[in-house]
Design a protein around this ligand. Sequence first.
Ligand SMILES: [Fe+2]
Length: 89
Amino acid sequence: MSVEVGKLLAHPNENGHFLEWIELYSGDTLLARVNLEPRWTVPNVKFVVALDHGHALVAKERCNLHGVWESQLWELFPTPVRISLREYN
Ligand SMILES: [Fe+2]
């Protein structure tokens, strides 16, 4: 599944304002985490997971200025799923 940050409006990606990481959870269980560096990485990641239950999928990201944001998806689909995170400043 893909996790995109700032789908409608690109999030800043510079030394003073950037995304530090993106995490994917099944319920409260951390499945995967990607650390990001300013300027060199794009906050659009793809996770491949094998799940056999229907817990909520939760994507979280942390901005160095605006903290942690999350988005939930309550159903599992047999095809790739895209979760978008947006910050509202
Ligand atoms: Fe931000």
